[in-house]
Design a protein around this ligand. Structure first.
Ligand code: NAD
Ligand code: 6OH
Length: 494
């Protein structure tokens, strides 16, 4: 049985600048809280504007040092060594991630930490194997010219990350950034600083040149996040987080006309047709709704079920929800806490709103009774609603918790319109055994990713990202090169 009991982790979480750890120059600190217990377990040193400027300067200097002179093969070797060192220190990253997030160890050990290494390996492979572009061009004088493309590093990349999959989402950006020859300044979420800080030890251990990877801790506006996006020596900004935050960051990026890559919020729909394999749909959707306590941007918070299957689906999904045990840390069915007291209160606000708007609370809807040292944790009950209109607040707004509304539908056209009736466009799932309908409906979804009879099945070579309020750009495989490099064309008269 996996135990989730927290193991000793660092008391002090420092900034990592130019290859060295340091406290903030203004001596400001903030608490690091374990959401599973509500206890303060560490002190984080907040980077001042001067510290952030030092980190950007170190990143800029590294471009002109050994890193900027390395061949692709030399960079690839270092990046693969980073992946291997993450794997060698997997337990340390696991302890740090679980301490920061309170998530079940089996979630972090199967998803978060392995992806931390996989993201570096993926982009080492891409940059080592990607073909170049060239054309032989006939010229007016009857001769020829050759045109070929050259991809160059963009420079210093600001990497700003959220708290739900801290290592996964940070390395999903740092991996391609470094593979393409850039340097980075990472601003992890104030709620989950540990694994970004720990990665600094890995960078030093593999001999990554100083200044290639930097970490500054702090908050958003008026703190390290804004200091970073406002620094004119940052050449591009990649961000994962709330849509509203993305809008604020985009305003900063406009100064200096800097490129952005955004992975933002979502309100992802699941469509379950009457001919769906119900076992598959329940297995997939119980993960999509409750994994990581619902704190997954790709998760499902609204499920449309074809009317003949509706009652049976609700019955089975209720059993799935009730199988999760909030706060039972040693239990394989352990449902972890929400990321903070603030986020817990936000989710409970939506639980109350659902009832106000006429929801039938089929299961959950409140705070579970949790014993022992977890009594102070930020737990909520896994929750299922029926009886809600399509325009209900909890059906339209991103909640980011372990809950979903289930709504019946009667026709394919009707459900496509319902699923697409949102400002977001991140992902969707379609459950049907009818192959033609699967392809037809998946193509009709106005999203960046559509899964059919599965969820969160990730091939890292594929284009990943959202449209509308869910983001700008695509990352994954060669798609990441568009953001992390500048392409130049060279034409030579032969
Ligand atoms: N599309 C995706 O792939 C994806 C993945 C994970 C999370 N998310 C989204 O992230 C959100 C949850 O994460 P969160 O609460 O940490 O998001 P958030 O937007 O509150 O914070 C994300 C990061 O941005 C920083 N930040 C906040 N304001 C800033 C500012 N003005 N300037 C610079 N930095 C600023 C924060 O300190 C944090 O590091 C959800 O909306 C979720 O949908 C999206
Ligand atoms: O919570 C959002 C999870 C995002 C996952 C990825 O960005 C990925 O799988 O690459």
């Amino acid at each position: 049985m996996t135990t989730n009991s927290p193991r000793p982790v660092a008391d002090h979480i420092l900034n990592f600048i130019g290859g060295s750890y340091r406290k903030g120059s203004q001596g400001k600190t903030f608490d690091n809280v374990n959401p599973a217990t509500g206890q303060t377990i560490g002190t984080v040193y907040e980077a001042s504007e001067a510290d952030v400027a030092d980190a950007v300067a170190a990143a800029k200097a590294a471009l002109d040092g050994p890193w900027g002179k390395m061949t692709t093969a030399e960079r690839v070797k270092l990046i693969v060594a980073v992946a291997a060192e993450i794997e060698r220190r997997a337990d340390d990253f696991l302890d740090a991630e679980v301490a920061d997030t309170g998530k079940p160890r089996h979630v972090a050990s199967h998803i978060d930490i392995p992806r931390g290494a996989a993201n570096f390996r993926m982009f080492a492979d891409v940059i080592a194997t990607m073909p170049g572009e060239s054309f032989t061009t006939p010229t007016p004088d009857g001769g020829q010219a050759i045109n070929y493309a050259v991809r160059k590093a963009k420079g210093v990349i600001a990497v700003i990350c959220p708290w739900n999959f801290p290592l996964l989402l940070m390395t999903w950006k740092v991996g391609p950034a470094l593979a393409c020859g850039n340097t980075v300044v990472v601003k992890p979420s104030e709620e989950t600083p540990r694994t970004a800080a720990l990665l600094g030890e890995v960078m030093n251990a593999v001999g990554m040149p100083q200044g290639v990877y930097n970490v500054v801790h702090g908050f958003g506006g008026g703190s390290a996040g804004e200091f970073l996006t406002s620094n004119k020596d940052v050449d591009a900004i990649t961000f994962t987080g709330e849509t509203g935050t993305g809008q604020a960051i985009m305003q900063k990026a406009a100064v200096g006309v800097r490129d952005v890559s955004f992975e933002l919020g979502g309100k992802n729909a699941a469509i379950v047709f009457a001919d769906a394999d119900l076992d598959k749909a329940i297995e997939g959707l119980s993960r999509s709704v409750f994994l990581n306590t619902g704190q997954v941007c790709l998760g499902t918070e609204r499920v449309y079920v074809e009317r003949p299957l509706f009652d049976e689906f609700v019955r089975r999904m209720t059993l799935a929800a009730q199988a999760f045990k909030p706060g039972s840390m040693g239990d394989p069915a352990y449902l972890g806490p929400l990321s903070s007291a603030e986020h817990r209160d936000k989710v409970l606000g939506y639980y109350a709103k659902a009832v106000e708007e006429g929801a039938t609370v089929v299961t959950g809807g409140g705070v579970p009774k949790v014993e022992g040292d977890q009594a102070g944790g930020f737990y909520v009950e896994p929750t299922l609603w029926t009886g809600l209109a399509h325009d209900a607040t909890v059906i339209r707004e991103e909640i980011f918790g372990p809950c979903c509304g289930v709504i019946p539908f009667d026709s394919e056209d009707e459900v496509i319109a319902l699923a697409n009736d949102t400002d977001y466009g991140l992902c969707a799932t379609v459950w049907t055994e009818n192959v033609s309908r699967a392809h037809r409906v998946a193509a009709a979804m106005q999203v960046g990713v559509c899964w059919v009879n599965c969820w969160f099945l990730r091939d890292l070579r594929t284009a990943f990202g959202g449209s509308g309020h869910s983001g700008i750009g695509r990352e994954g495989g060669v798609h990441s090169l568009e953001f992390y490099t500048e392409t130049a064309n060279i034409c030579v008269k032969l």
